[in-house]
Design a protein around this ligand. Sequence first.
Ligand code: FAD
Length: 293
Amino acid sequence: MLKYPYIRITDTEELFKRLETEGGRILAGGTDLMLKIKHGMARPKAVYDISGIERLCHITEDKGGLYIGAAVKLRDIVNDPKIKEHAPLLSKFAEEIGSMEVRSMGTIGGNLCASRANCGVCFLPGCRAMTADRTVLPCRNSAYADLLLPLVAYGASVKIESASSSRTVSVKDFFAGSGKIDLKPQELLSEVIVPKESKEAKFGVAELRQPVKMGFPYISVIAEAKAENFNITVGGSTDKIYTFENVKSGEEGCTCAGAGFLEALRLSKEYRKEVLASVIREAIEKCGQETLK
Ligand SMILES: Cc1cc2nc3c(=O)[nH]c(=O)nc-3n(C[C@H](O)[C@H](O)[C@H](O)COP(=O)(O)OP(=O)(O)OC[C@H]3O[C@@H](n4cnc5c(N)ncnc54)[C@H](O)[C@@H]3O)c2cc1C
């Protein structure tokens, strides 16, 4: 059995020092990392629990944006009135993550840093991560973190800190695709900065998700009406998050022809490629029709 120290950290200085000198992994809610440790996909020297660091647990706002600490629970992303009012897409997507138990433990920072998380589909019959001799391979079935899509659509950014540096990166650049993120082992994602949705903004969301609850997001689309045209953000089990600007209604098919998909259980890549244009069309049609607030 793998043995490793569990250390509860109360301030970021101590965390940075330990990450620099001793190595080890950050533990936030543990809903992804503990599963990976259990199945031998991660073998940390130590785990540093950041859930008690106060400066990572805030949700504040100013004129331009919302500032969300990395250790804020998904449950609070769903329910916080400031987020519901100024970034309702974020609440909507958080509500779809896993179950109540997962949302009560999982955090926004963990969601972005897990990027290709184990989705709960894993380890069930047919899972390609589990071989016949029960060896566990890196998960190939899981889509990317659900919060990436609304954060990219909003043009959000993340603050990343270490013992010697602090930088801010757009969520789009943070997520390089194919499960890779712009984060070094000694770095902490400390805050997510989300521009406030304007009162005039018109968004529409359409998804191919099965089952609807605790389901797998095969295709997720956010459309934003911009004068006559639309800005489109596409994710789910795609090979990266795609953004298409100034798309004309009726030209969705040509626009998204180059989008690539990951392998996934049940629905083939070819099928998802075929139906992507109609999911985009649905998102466009929904623009401004439903209020998410
Ligand atoms: C049954 C089940 C269903 C799930 N369903 C979904 C789903 O529908 N959609 C979805 O997106 N995810 C899903 N997940 C995956 C996961 O629970 C979520 O992505 C969750 O948000 C992860 O957050 P966490 O705080 O638990 O991360 P942790 O497990 O604590 O950490 C995940 C990874 O991120 C790193 N990390 C965490 N916080 C930071 C930080 N602040 N800075 C730097 N590194 C950090 C850790 O070292 C680890 O590598 C599911 C998981 C389970 C078990």
